[in-house]
Design a binder for this molecule. Structure first.
Ligand code: HEM
Length: 310
């Protein structure tokens, strides 16, 4: 594979520079003649490549920028589609970070896990900022392309579901919509039966001496995580102890994640309330009433409830 050289500032060979930019070299020579003491122009980027550019080979921008197949003639649909695609990309990065964190915890490499979680916090902030172009949609604007979406709904986002699975919100029923897409289904099924990020956190706490009941440590990880009083006590003890300990810092990084997930859900809820009031969703739910229930919940529940006892 060719190495990408986009804006790296890497030195360019004299031969390549002279061959590729005859005009530039002529100009440089003239200006050097006129002002012999002035520094010569800095090298400009390469222009000709045998095939596609190394940038394209790496970024696949040609593919990425030709995936915007709008379904209506409404000019406002483009930003709706692109915002959704941008969010899918952020979901993908965040899943990658949380999988990295879960693996690091499994291997007792807590600093690596904290680094991944902190990266995901910045990414969640960027994800949440991408609500801006859709945050003030009026019902009339949304209606202009809503019917073109048919039964399509973010509810059917497999990458969002993988995020939820990693947070401990497992449900086998969420695989059903993806039966027709073998790769997506297989990835989601794998995620369902793997311990969530929070399962790995609790197993690590147990290895570090916290009292975590076996009903939690050996639970069926393909089911939704249910809060436990013993886990709440374990977090209470962590938060009452050294705030600089690895587990306390891990707890705070997870709390940052949980807060931003809650914010995404609530920003989504408000955008939906503005765009369609109490109408039913394109995915078949009651719409805002259904989303309100989902947005009330906190992920990593004991990290929140333990705070009352510290
Ligand atoms: C303002 C525009 C939007 C409206 C009005 C809206 C509306 C809805 C509604 C009503 C639901 C409930 C399921 C249903 O019946 O369809 C839903 C779910 C969902 N939407 Fe949106 N949505 C909007 C934008 C987005 C965007 C840009 C994304 C990004 C991917 C997104 C992702 C999701 C996800 C992941 C769910 C499932 C949530 C869960 O399972 O808790 N939505 N949306």
């Amino acid at each position: 594979m060719r190495k990408m050289r986009v804006g790296t500032g890497a030195p360019v060979s004299t031969m390549a520079g002279a061959d590729r930019y005859p005009e530039h070299n002529q100009e440089t020579a003239m200006s050097q003649q006129a002002q012999p003491h002035e520094a010569s122009e800095p090298e400009t980027p390469h222009l000709d490549f045998a095939g596609t550019t190394p940038y394209e080979d790496y970024v696949r921008a040609d593919v990425l920028t030709h995936l915007q197949h709008t379904l209506s003639d409404d000019p406002g649909e483009m930003v709706f589609l692109v915002t959704t695609q941008v969010m899918e990309l952020w979901f993908t990065v965040i899943v990658h970070e949380w999988e990295t964190a879960a693996k690091a915890l499994r291997e007792d490499r807590v600093p690596v896990a904290i680094d991944a979680l902190k990266r995901s916090v910045r990414e969640l902030e960027a994800l949440n900022a991408s609500w801006r172009p859709l945050g003030q949609l009026t019902p009339a604007q949304f209606n202009s392309y809503r019917s073109a979406l048919g039964e399509g709904s973010g509810f059917q986002s497999a990458m969002y579901r993988r995020m939820e699975f990693l947070l401990g919100e497992k449900a086998a029923s969420m695989l059903v919509p993806h039966r027709g897409a073998p790769r997506v289904h297989a990835e989601l099924e794998k995620a369902l039966y793997e311990p969530s990020l929070y399962d790995e956190v609790l197993r690590l706490l147990a290895r570090h001496g916290s009292v975590i009941p076996s009903s939690v440590l050996e639970r069926d990880v393909s089911r939704r995580y249910e809060p436990s009083p013993e886990v709440e006590q374990a977090w209470t003890a962590v938060y009452s102890g050294d705030p600089d300990s690895e587990v306390a810092r891990l707890g705070e990084a997870l709390t940052d994640v949980a807060e931003l997930v809650w914010r995404w859900r609530n920003d989504h809820l408000v955008a939906t309330r503005r765009a369609m009031g109490a109408k039913a969703g394109t995915g078949g739910s009651a719409g805002v009433a259904w989303l309100e229930k989902r947005a009330q919940k906190n992920v990593f529940p004991e990290l929140w409830t333990a705070r009352s006892y510290v």
